[in-house]
Write a protein that binds this ligand. Structure first.
Ligand code: PLP
Length: 358
């Protein structure tokens, strides 16, 4: 089937086949990766390769640490303020939907939250224009969500926040296109969309932001301590790191982020063109410039058509297209590992369905 889940999501088939082959006996070790000590030479080699491929793919400069942690993106929404607040008392947030709102409520337990811009008034259908952001030069950092997985709203530009570090939740678009890491103080994200299985959390943090964790910060979530210990202060999510390493290899073989972005643009273009040419049968409410390349929500003209649309899609081998319960309709998540053929099949179904019901 073609799996359009928003995450945990589709992974490259070749990666899963290799993992299946190596499941019981990794490279003649007689062990599954799941059974290895995280400090043994075999797993250390897996971790080192995953780390260096991740840095190479994303172009992480030498003055940034890359941490492979547990806790998920929602965990990071609390862990990041604990680590970056230092002597500051407030954080600037740009609110573009469900996940930025969640980040605000989590951080609100540790700091004063300053909503510097919001698209709530237009039902989170866009990224607020940078000129309207009321940034505070004294904020600990500015937080954005680079891709709102539920609303399907994505930054296709990077704000310049000057001396105040920019922090982004990149859970649902990391490694989908080139990113200039130097414009950010910190990036964080769960792995379960573009990177690998749930359980692995990625943090990329600039060196100068380390070492200011609040005393209440658990050691497992203190970035400086984790950095000093090579993400091994506690047991890292070993199997998820192994799969992520295979995904990184796959992504490099695809031609890296420039090549995958071209493919992602093609896939998203197929869907948005179909929606926009449907004469209003399918509707995507997001401002054209801010439409997500990863998550494409769309509504049908009558919610009573949702069930037949989904049932027919499933019969045609397309699953997990139901939209998030908070917005309804459909959502096609088309992460890196979704082949063009999957999107083409969905477009064919959409055209055929609209012909019969339009
Ligand atoms: N942030 C974004 C943008 C997401 O899409 C998700 C999705 O699940 C989360 C945060 C929550 O991540 P987790 O469930 O890994 O904590």
């Amino acid at each position: 089937v073609f799996n359009f889940s928003s995450g945990p999501a589709v992974l490259p088939e070749s990666v899963l086949r290799q993992a299946a082959e190596e499941m019981l006996d990794w490279h003649g070790s007689g062990m599954s990766v799941m059974e290895m000590s995280h400090r043994g030479p075999q797993f250390m080699a897996i971790l080192d390769e995953a780390q260096s491929l991740f840095r190479e793919l994303l172009g992480v400069p030498d003055d940034y640490r890359t941490l492979f942690l547990q806790g998920g993106a929602i965990g990071e929404m609390a862990i990041v303020p604990m680590n970056l607040l230092g002597a500051k008392t407030s954080i600037d947030f740009v609110n573009t939907g469900t996940w930025s709102s969640k980040a605000m409520s989590e951080a609100g337990r540790y700091a004063r939250i300053n909503e510097v811009a919001s698209s709530a008034a237009t039902a989170f259908d866009r990224i607020p224009a940078f000129e309207t952001w009321r940034l505070d030069p004294d904020a600990a950092y500015v937080h954005i969500c680079s891709n709102e997985t539920i609303g399907g709203v994505e930054y296709h530009w990077t704000p310049d926040t000057g001396d105040v570090p920019l922090v982004a939740d990149v859970s649902s678009n990391i490694l989908s296109a080139p990113l200039d890491v130097t414009k950010f103080g910190l990036l964080y994200g769960g792995a379960q969309k573009n990177v690998g299985p749930a359980g692995l959390t990625l943090v990329v943090v600039r060196d100068d932001l380390l070492g200011r964790a609040l005393p209440i910060t658990p050691c497992a979530f203190d970035f400086a301590q984790q950095s000093d210990n090579g993400s091994m202060l506690n047991t890292p999510p070993t199997y998820a790191i192994y799969i992520a390493g295979l995904v990184f290899r796959w992504l490099k073989a695809q031609g890296g982020l420039v090549a995958i972005e071209a493919l992602n643009l093609r896939k998203a273009g197929l869907l948005y063109d179909t929606i926009d040419a449907s004469g209003g049968f399918y509707v995507n409410p997001v401002a054209v410039a801010d439409r997500s390349l990863m998550n494409v929500p769309f509504r049908l003209p009558d919610a009573r058509l949702d069930a037949p649309f989904l049932a027919e899609a499933e019969a045609l081998g397309m699953v997990q297209l139901k939209g998030h319960r908070s917005v309804g309709g459909m959502r096609a998540s088309i992460y890196n590992a979704m082949p063009v053929e999957g999107v083409q099949r969905l477009v064919d179904h959409m055209l055929d369905f609209a012909r019969r019901h339009g």
